[in-house]
Design a binder for this molecule. Sequence first.
Ligand SMILES: [Zn+2]
Ligand SMILES: [Zn+2]
Length: 381
Amino acid sequence: MFSQLTTLTGAKGATLTHLSNVRVHKIQAAVLRSGGRPLQIESLELEGPRDDEALVRIVSSGICHTDIDFCDDWDGDPIVLGHEGAGLVELVGKNVKGIKRGDHVVLSYQSCGRCSQCRSGHPAGCAYFYEANFGFARLDGSNALQRSGVRGHFFGQSSFATHALATRRNLVKVPKALDLELLAPLGCGMQTGAGTVMNSLKVPKGASIAIFGTGSVGLAAVMAARIAGAHPIIGVDVNPRRLKLALELGATHIIDKRRQDVPSRIRRITGSGVDYVLEITGDGKMNQVGLDVLNPRGTMALIAEPGGAEYLQEGRTIISVIQGDAVPQRFIPQLIALYEAGQFPFDRLVKFYEFHEINKAIEDSRKGKTIKPVLRISKAY
Ligand SMILES: [Zn+2]
Ligand SMILES: [Zn+2]
């Protein structure tokens, strides 16, 4: 990997001055040329890293629902998706502190680092969250894959590739003793599910919780609810395999919403409603169900899409949660410690695929055959 390294001499002229000594790397990346078409692994040229960036050789990348939504609907320029990368640092820009060549890292979401939300320790609420994660460019509008006519920087990474650029704000150093390949999903899905329970809702011991949607984010929430000591923990889904896994990972009750009426089942379980609802399905009808089963002063967290609140009474709250309000550099090491203690066995959700099987991995995830597909992209040494 990382075979060709070319140093270009900077051309004269104002617009090109920042390109002096730009390094260009030949990489392989899965390119989405238009929505609805399969991804194609192509050779691209990646410029960088800049002074505030590191070049990471990607060892593995999880596939998340947001990637799949883009695969279905995108109609802009060709792009490289992927936002759950794990890899080895190969090059470090001179302004990147605390990261060195050879470090094992997990890549998470990007933030600006300068707005009031970022400065107050809530980068998931970054004022530029959309631009930094879905802009397919750096925040200054530049794009490291421009030579190839492709756009990168998805979630500040674009990890469906042999190499990605990241900054100190979305790089998380992880222990070398751990299986690096496995850690990829911590960067988005696991952080979002567990972070919603532990950071955003701060679910206390003994609280009742219902989790609508037991895919990877929902199962991370189930594991976190068990760690928090919530009771009961009610998993709701349409897929019997996922519901069975929810029971094994900490759900005390499960409801197959195709066969059972969710509000009446919940009332039978708790005697009233629940203190917390996590709505991950994105199905508008489930927003209403969530409101119907929420106890007075209860809170519903919407993870899939904001909106849906028609009325609120008796002190109920609806919050929209991004990335579990987690600071990745603090929260991902916490999840790793819980995993090592046997309390957060997220490895049970993972199925590995080779990089060239990316379209099959996406299809298996769509069909619900695989909960968390992880692509093996290069060796971890
Ligand atoms: Zn994601
Ligand atoms: Zn910000």
